[in-house]
Design a binder for this molecule. Structure first.
Ligand SMILES: Nc1ncnc2c1ncn2[C@@H]1O[C@H](COP(=O)(O)OP(=O)(O)OP(=O)(O)O)[C@@H](O)[C@H]1O
Ligand SMILES: [Mg+2]
Length: 228
């Protein structure tokens, strides 16, 4: 299992500081929430924790069974981030969901089988053969989630993955995520605007404000800080 640590990371875009002096530890198998206002730096922090970008200063460290491990391709393939804005290829829904497994070397048949199972988990089996570009916003968001689940990652980073979902689909997506977190085998980091959702999905979390960690700890405690 994989733990992640942000060691004093800062990040700038075109010289503008977006994250400053972030120290965080997310234990292996933990579910952790990141909350904060628009532009606080949540998505940026998630991309850094997913090793999709390198911080301008400081570093993100991956620990496997407690030992520091280089973030090489093999490690990065065990980590999957679901982006805030779904990016789907102009192919069928099933091919989109199977993509991550194909990249990781699964056979076509195995990838298709697991893709079908992942679509079933999010309640979209009936859309497997649809052209992905014809999906509604909420459907695209669920396919985006299914694609990540299908890979069975060891670290799953979710960036506001229920923001376009109706209450039923939100509850379904949360149930899928909760099942994963309850297994204790996956390290899950969720970004959300919704402290109630953070409480349902995570034990601990961090409150980001203008690129800094304002508070870290039990999600329940963050609510007080955000109000105050
Ligand atoms: N590639 C980029 N180039 C320049 N600025 C960027 C880039 N990505 C993000 N930013 C800026 O960094 C800041 C933090 O962005 P980020 O997307 O991390 O915020 P967020 O907390 O996820 O916001 P939201 O709740 O709206 O999704 C914003 O001011 C944003 O405009
Ligand atoms: Mg964001």
């Amino acid at each position: 299992m994989i733990a992640l640590r942000a060691d004093n990371i800062s990040h700038r875009y075109q010289g503008k500081p977006v994250l400053q002096g972030i120290d965080l530890e997310i234990a292996a198998g933990e579910s952790f929430a990141i909350v904060g206002h628009n532009g606080a730096g949540k998505s940026t922090l998630l991309r850094l924790l997913a090793f999709l970008e390198r911080p301008t200063a400081g570093e993100v460290v991956a620990l496997v069974s407690g030992a520091r491990t280089p973030a090489d391709l093999a490690l990065r393939r065990r980590i999957v981030m679901v982006m805030q804005r779904p990016f789907l290829f102009s192919t069928s829904v099933l091919t989109n969901v199977a993509y991550g497994m194909r990249v990781r070397g699964a056979s076509r048949r195995e990838a298709r089988e697991r893709a079908h199972r992942a679509l079933e988990m999010v309640g979209l089996s009936s859309l497997a053969d649809r052209a992905a570009r014809t999906l509604s916003g909420g459907e695209a968001q669920l396919v985006n989630l299914a694609r990540a689940l299908a890979v069975e990652p060891e670290v799953l980073l979710l960036d506001e993955v229920t923001s376009h979902l109706d209450p039923d689909n939100e509850a379904r997506a949360e149930a899928v995520i909760t099942k994963l977190t309850a297994s204790g085998r996956v390290t899950v980091i969720v970004v959300t605007q919704d402290l109630d959702q953070a409480t349902r999905l995570a034990g601990r979390g961090a409150l980001l404000r203008r690129g800094r960690v304002e508070a870290v700890g039990e999600v329940r405690g963050l609510r007080q800080t955000r109000r105050g």
